[in-house]
Design a protein. Structure first.
Ligand code: GRF
Length: 212
């Protein structure tokens, strides 16, 4: 059995993906995993309220509260260590994760992106911008991607993807809603695979052992 996942979540918004992951843990669909802390750069984030409702330490940590990038990074590492985290889930976190944290948690940080990477990713491709770009491109397929986080935005090795059809009358908003629904299945599935030790990473190659 794999070591149990002790997940620190980084999130900036409402946290619907975190809710989906929490529900899967609470329902026993994901075993061998717990969320040990939720960290947000935004003190008003719904995800902090969600964490408190579930008895999970909810921590506001923003770069503004620190004198330098490295002070902020050190504080985040202290928070991660204090909570015993061995895995990081980014769920709508609007900040780049510092390279020092990437190094300390190499292959143990995942993100979900609301398109089929490597398309429609990178700096500036977040939130509604992603869906606007997909619709503008005329592509008929979009989707969601769970990927490992490395030093570059949206460029880490892909773990799981799921497609979503783009309808002729889709707007960025309707497409966003469809993709989000898929995210709520895909992200818990990915976390479950990590918790079961079924994700094997060798250099930049991800292999998934057969799902139960
Ligand atoms: C999701 O669309 C995710 O793909 C992106 O940020 C959004 C987070 O939504 N990275 P929520 O806070 O989980 O509802």
């Amino acid at each position: 059995m794999a070591d149990s996942l002790k997940i620190a979540v980084f999130a900036s918004g409402k946290g619907s993906n975190v809710r989906a992951i929490l529900e899967a843990i609470e329902a026993g669909t994901i075993r061998n995993a717990a969320i040990v802390s939720v960290i947000s750069n935004n003190s008003d984030a719904g995800v902090l309220t969600l964490a408190r409702e579930h008895g999970i330490p909810a921590i506001h940590a923003s770069r503004k509260g620190y004198g330098s990038d490295s002070d902020f990074c050190r504080a985040l590492i202290e928070i991660l260590n204090a909570s015993g985290a061995n895995f990081i889930v980014l769920a709508g976190y609007m900040k780049k994760v510092d390279a020092e944290i990437v190094r300390a948690f190499r292959n143990r940080i995942v993100n979900i992106h609301p398109a089929l990477l490597p398309d429609f990713g990178g700096p500036g491709m977040y939130g509604m911008h992603v869906h606007e770009a997909v619709i503008k491109s005329g592509k008929k397929i979009s989707g969601a991607t769970v990927h490992l986080v490395d030093e570059e935005y949206d460029r880490g090795p892909i773990v799981l993807q799921q497609q979503v059809a783009v309808a002729d009358d889709d707007t960025p908003e309707t497409l966003a809603a469809k993709v989000l629904q898929v995210e709520h299945e895909l992200y818990p599935r990915a976390i479950r695979l990590f918790a079961e030790g079924k994700i094997i990473i060798h250099e930049r190659h991800v292999r998934i052992e057969q799902e139960a």
